[in-house]
Design a binder for this molecule. Structure first.
Ligand code: ADP
Length: 513
């Protein structure tokens, strides 16, 4: 790898690729942190909802207890609650208290034999004696504690029971239907606390049956907590439309895709910069080669001209014949110099888009004949055979005659320059529907596939041999291409290594430019 390209890669690596890698790693790390924060916020929010609902059910029951105590005292121990309470709290079936040895119960919404309630209360008092003592101690210390004692069966029907103390030492039981309690009293509160994207459910844990849900359709329940006062029931909460993990994964995925696209774009940009820099580096190398080449090309004829000129001036030439030979050399070398200078000037004009083309309707084949005629001697002298196969003598085109000649001469010159043993050049022409096609073929070196596009770039030369051995400037084909573009046409190349090359010039019959 040439050192310039290595340097470019190194610089790009440090300036672009290294920061990208660091940036990507930092972003991905940050992403994980952010997602963890979001996840914990979500979970805390859901937890708060569950806590507030539990608190609410506790408050409801505490209200019951306070209400009962108030009524009991007010009615001078004849009634626990009034009729209003019964209609407002359909889930409460019965309330009972034990004062000394006697038991008093009040049936509210479900009528069963009074004796059944009383017996049940008696049994419960026996079973929960230590609990009653503990709750009494609490109550005497001004702390009303409600204690769920699970489900009980009274006369074949199942109820949930809650125990607490009223006054200072009277155990009181509330028997209620837990499902009804949830549906009638908790449901409105659940609706109140749920926001648009949150689902709350209540389910019975023994059989895992859904008792209530704030949404019609099934949702993914993220967290659940037992209902403090209703054993065997739990509250569950989740997000509508997926789990937190799922949502966060989706977000992470979207963010990673975003970062990926960004990185890809930066890589693409870096690649384009790399390609441009390499091109620039190659161009500047080609320019340096060009200067070396042109200096060499100019120095040789100049040296020859000055040497023979000096010899002639000093009148050291013995015979007239020799003199003529020297004049010939001087004139040949002058032509060569003129050629090089003209080529450079012509190219620089085309390159700067300053060249004016004088397009005149002319017959290309008449021109070709003229050019070939003036080149005939030169070709024969170098041992070349020229085959002319022109098939469109009637065609006329809008062409700049000088530029046309320059293009053709450049291609013939190349054919001569890059031919070795087989010295045969063919010039063909055909007319197609749209174009007049002129092809110049040789049986020389040929051009490898990888160079075929590049040979039309300015200064580009295929330098397999020593730079100074094959003469040239790398401008000839770029010049021909420029001339073809000016005629609204194009140039193509067919070539195989060591089997010769054919350049096709396409002149449009009806140019648009
Ligand atoms: P120059 O001939 O001055 O180097 P050109 O622009 O005319 O510059 O040609 C560019 C390169 O294309 C040449 O260096 C040569 O390697 C290759 N080339 C051009 N014409 C031919 C040909 N007829 N046969 C083989 N190679 C060619």
């Amino acid at each position: 790898m040439p050192s310039t390209i290595k340097n470019i890669l190194l610089i790009l690596g440090f300036v672009v690729l290294l920061p990208i890698v660091v940036f990507t790693l930092v972003q991905i790390n940050k992403l994980n942190d952010n997602e963890a924060i979001v996840q914990s916020i979500y979970k805390k929010q859901l937890d708060a909802i569950l806590f507030s609902l539990n608190q609410y059910s506790g408050d409801l029951m505490t209200n019951y207890a306070n209400n009962i105590e108030l009524n009991w005292i007010k009615s001078e121990r004849h009634s626990l609650v009034n009729d209003q309470f019964a209609t407002n709290n359909l889930s409460v079936a019965s309330i009972g208290v034990a004062t000394g040895d006697s038991i008093f119960s009040q049936q509210l919404n479900i009528k069963l034999p009074a004796q059944a309630w009383n017996n049940k209360i008696k049994t419960l008092l026996e079973v929960h004696q230590p609990l009653v003592e503990r709750l009494t101690r609490y109550k005497q210390a001004e702390y009303l504690k409600l204690e769920p004692i699970g489900s009980v069966v009274v006369d074949g029907q199942s109820f949930n029971a809650l125990l607490f103390i009223i006054e200072s030492n009277t155990p009181c039981f509330i028997f209620y239907n837990s499902e009804q309690f949830i549906r009638k009293l908790m449901a409105p509160k659940i609706q109140q606390v749920t926001t648009e994207d949150i689902v709350v459910i209540v389910r019975e844990t023994k059989n895992n049956t859904l008792i209530y849900s704030s949404e019609k359709y099934e949702s993914y329940i993220e967290q659940s907590r037992a209902l403090w006062l209703i054993p065997n029931f739990e509250l569950g909460v989740g997000l509508k439309g997926g789990s937190i993990d799922g949502l966060i994964k989706e977000r992470t995925y979207q963010n990673i895709v975003g970062i990926g696209i960004l990185v890809l774009l930066i890589f693409l940009g870096a690649f384009l910069v790399y390609r441009n820099l390499v091109k620039e580096a190659q161009l500047s190398k080609a320019k340096a080669d060009f200067v070396a080449n042109v200096s060499h090309e100019i120095r040789t004829p100049l040296a020859l001209i000055s040497m023979f000129n000096e010899t002639l001036l000093l009148q050291r030439v013995p015979t007239e014949e020799k003199k003529q030979a020297y004049y010939k050399i001087i004139s040949k070398e002058t032509a060569r110099l003129k050629n090089i200078v003209n080529k450079i000037l012509s190219f620089s004009q085309i390159d700067a888009e300053k060249k004016h083309f004088n397009l005149v309707d002319s017959s290309p084949e008449v021109l070709i004949h003229e050019i070939v005629h003036s080149y005939d001697y030169h070709l024969k002298e170098k041992g070349f055979t020229l085959i002319l196969d022109l098939k469109a003598s009637d065609t006329t085109l809008l062409i700049d005659k000088d530029a046309f000649s320059e293009a053709l001469i450049n291609l013939i010159d190349n054919a001569i320059k890059y031919s070795n043993k087989e010295k045969e050049i063919t010039i063909r022409s055909v007319r197609t529907n749209r174009n007049y096609v002129l092809s110049i073929s040789d049986k020389g070196n040929g051009i490898e596939k990888i160079h075929q596009k590049k040979v039309f770039e300015k200064f580009y030369r295929v330098t397999t041999t020593d730079l100074y051995e094959s003469k040239g400037t790398g401008l000839g084909l770029a010049l021909v291409k420029g001339i073809m573009t000016a005629h609204g046409g194009r140039i193509t190349l067919e070539s195989r290594k060591n089997q010769g090359s054919t350049f096709h010039l396409y002149f449009p019959l009806n140019p648009t430019t």
